[in-house]
Design a binder for this molecule. Structure first.
Ligand code: GLU
Length: 283
């Protein structure tokens, strides 16, 4: 059965932005006759906390949003991601990257950029040309690494690709913003991009609803789908909820949580209305 999903990362309590996104997914599901699935995206074991899983699900239930199928936890699906990673490896489109964040920052500075430019910076592909022997030697030595996709090679294999957003129309796949994105790390056989792509297909998600901030990620997901031979959904990138200063809500900015609002006596209905009133972006 087709599905839509809301996929929180349990790194803190949910805020208005999550309420908007989850309610948006539920509404999209009703419109297209798809069930709503909640999926816990806890592959980042450093930042995810088990206690937030229960708290996130409880907050969603308070809003009237429950999963109409089993709640998957990505941390329990590592063997599935490993298999997908092995398939990509078999296609010859991956390479290990030993650059640290500091290396990448230095590289940008050397090219005349400001240190803060490394946010959203496209990786130069420095490790793409390392020899297989050097890679094997460094991995054998226990050095940390990320596994990146060679975007040009991958697109050569698939040929031109496109994807569709219900609001913005069709996009030709381009990795201009993402570059050779990360698909796995030394200790984790996946990344956000790979896990989301594999799971959306495995859960028959036919319409992917999520915030517009993830628009550039969709290029990566479409490429991975083509490489792995997965079904292609339609995307529905929604507006983003902002605070009084027009900043996106974020746990780190101390945005009030749904829990705070519930404890202050607000109703689920008023929380959802406030969220919708604060959603801006594409007009
Ligand atoms: N776990 C992601 C987040 O919380 C979900 C992104 C997506 O819906 O693809 O941002």
């Amino acid at each position: 059965m087709p599905a839509v999903r809301f996929a929180p990362s349990p790194t803190g309590d949910l805020h208005l932005g999550h309420a908007f996104s989850a309610a948006y997914a539920a509404r999209a599901g009703q419109e297209i006759g798809a069930r709503l699935l909640i999926r816990i995206e806890d592959i980042d074991q450093g930042r995810s906390r088990p206690e937030f899983i229960a708290r996130n699900l409880e907050d969603l239930a308070w809003l009237g949003l429950v999963s109409e199928g089993e709640v998957w936890r990505q941390s329990e699906r590592m063997p599935v991601y490993r298999e997908a990673l092995d398939r990509l490896e078999g296609l010859g489109v991956l390479y290990p990257c030993f650059c640290t964040r500091a290396d990448i920052r230095r590289e940008i500075e050397a090219m005349g950029g400001a240190p803060q430019d490394h946010v959203g910076h496209v990786y130069s592909g420095r490790c793409r040309t390392l020899s297989p022997d050097e890679c094997a030697e460094r991995i054998g030595r226990g050095e940390a690494y990320a596994v990146r996709i060679d975007g040009d090679r991958a697109l050569d294999l698939t040929g031109p690709l496109d994807w569709t957003d219900v609001h913005r129309g069709s996009f030709a796949v381009s990795l201009a913003t993402l570059g050779d994105f990360v698909v796995a790390r030394k200790e984790t056989p996946t990344s956000y991009h790979l896990a989301v792509t594999v799971d959306d297909a495995a859960q028959s998600v036919t319409r992917v609803t999520r915030g517009e901030d993830l628009l550039s990620s969709t290029h990566a997901h479409r490429l991975l789908q083509a490489l792995l031979g997965l079904e292609v959904p339609v995307w529905d990138h929604h507006l983003l909820v902002v605070d009084d200063e027009g900043r996106r809500l974020a746990k780190r900015l101390g945005s009030p949580s749904l829990r705070d609002m519930r404890e202050a006596g607000l109703s689920p209905q008023s929380v959802l209305e406030t969220a919708a009133a604060r959603a801006i972006g594409r007009a």
